[in-house]
Design a protein around this ligand. Sequence first.
Ligand SMILES: [Zn+2]
Ligand SMILES: [Zn+2]
Ligand SMILES: [Zn+2]
Length: 421
Amino acid sequence: SRSAVFAPIPRLGLICLDEEGSAAYKQDRTPRYETGWVARRLASITGARLVAGSATPSVATYSQAVNGGIALARLTERVRGRDAHVELVDMRDEAAEGNRQPLSRRLVEVVSRALEREEQTILYLNRRGMATFVMCRDCGRSVQCLGCSVALVQHAEIEGLVCHYCGYSRAMPSVCDFCGSRNIRGLGMGTQRLEGMVKKLWPSARVLRLDSDVARGPDSYFNVWETFSEQRADILVGTQLVTRGLDLPAVTCVGVVDADLPLHFPDYRSAESTFSLVAQVAGRAGRDGRSSRVVVQTSNPEHYALQCAAEGDYQGFYEAELPARKAFVFPPFADLAVLTRTDRDDTKAASSAREAAEAIATGLLREGIDGIRVMGPSPAFIHKLRGEYRWQVTLKGDGLERARHLAPRGKDWSFDVDPVT
Ligand SMILES: [Zn+2]
Ligand SMILES: [Zn+2]
Ligand SMILES: [Zn+2]
């Protein structure tokens, strides 16, 4: 696991970082660290070699490779199996033609065919969305922050939407800003509901579910995988847990039930997450060379992240993503750090975060430190966690460690470099 990077190995020669850029490498509680960052430091201190591998490298790492900061080796051929055929299904058409179900007619057809042939299906649904952002069902766009180009987050207590980077807020609109439709609403359907729906649609199919609720038991994660890989089930419904690991040769159908969830996730990496999600999920199919299909349901089929993922075109994605990162000054063009204040009292958390933001801003001015922007405070994406409220101040710019001494420390505070939402 990620803590292995701290193992005291006397003569370290090589560090391999598989699935570079995966969010699993980030430890988001104290001590906070990103395994890739630690591995790079470790390699430079000890002189060990570092090999980072991924089918979907992070934009920040890939840009280093392109710019010569690290050497780049490309695998141009698939090691085994053959590429799945990826189709994007436009859910706006489904809605227009009266299908308000979460499964498109095309996906239902492809799953039915796999069942007839006694082949297996994975239906993937990322539940992290939790209906916290708002999307137009007719044009597929979400309500965004004009300054940060990320989806605004719905917050019940202010009856409106907030940008969790810069703190900009506005009332919940009653019609879509882009197309005027009234058909806008919060997104989110859990895997449990999807499982129920799947069982109703295909009553004779054997259906399994894998998400963090199911996986909580000591053996249940492996039990589900074992049952599925021994083909004692036909359809596996699950969260990102199903995108990892194992070879499943009988899987010939993969459905991404809602590719809009990661696309509108209020994080500057949302396009990157969408690309890698679809690319990874597609990689789960076609392992033994049988022809297989991946159906990606979206209201944004023209989005470059989905277009490129459907083509398996990482380079194309990278080239389309870079200008957006540059325009809104996100990594690799700047570093990002978030200072979070936690308190049982919401008002106290907010006011003390505000004081910190002001203190940092005046400190930067006083000490003549430039190139760092202080934004917020804003409520954290998950505003209330375990009974405590969280407000945050975002720092953006170069050499953020120059501002570290200006940020308060203590048990109510955390300072997170390049946080994963
Ligand atoms: Zn619209
Ligand atoms: Zn809130
Ligand atoms: Zn913003």
